[in-house]
Design a protein around this ligand. Sequence first.
Ligand code: GDP
Length: 208
Amino acid sequence: VVGVNGGGKTTTVGKLSHRFASQSGAKVMLVPGDTFRAAAAEQLAAWAERSDGVMATYKEGVKPGALCYQAVDEACKMGDVDIVLADTSGRLHTNCDLMDELVGVKRSIGKRMAGAPHEVLLVLDGTTGLNMLNQAREFNTSVGVTGLILTKLDGTARGGAVVSVVDELGIPVKFVGVGEGMEDLQTFDPASFVDALFPASDTDAKET
Ligand code: GDP
């Protein structure tokens, strides 16, 4: 799970873990790959506990690539883990070193399990304007994004800029975040998204 700082990655990993565990009975492992932010591992551990997930073994000072490699290895050895969800640093998409590191994380995961990661989910903050498109371009060029998750749609933001992202990059929106709680992740529904962008009252107002 990738995206810029503060967009809602860690929260989304927690919500996804809960969703997979409660809806499909999956055993989920959470990986604290955001090694830049001191509190990120504790934040993720709290989500793991609440969502009945297992936390990957975490050692301070281990680089994100090695950490993710070891986590996939640990999950394979446990034998009953269905899904591994890796959080990553809130790397600034304009910072090349950090972006290179993310490429390294992806490569490390693939070294331990051929074909993995099976999804690269980009978290986009719904309150962001068109800068969302720049972010999506950068992440997609570097690590090949397979799905978008649009967060913070519970406020006044409608996340309309994501239309440009989908239009240009052809990447589907998979989920939307509608709050900070465990249940606040919904499957993306294009019809209700468009209805929220163009409420009936707006249309009525134009017609009259
Ligand atoms: P990260 O830096 O990308 O890992 O972001 P965090 O997961 O730490 O989230 C940053 C802030 O956004 C936290 O205060 C979260 O509670 C909040 N947040 C995340 N998703 C949502 C959402 O869908 N709605 C709202 N209102 N807040 C959210």
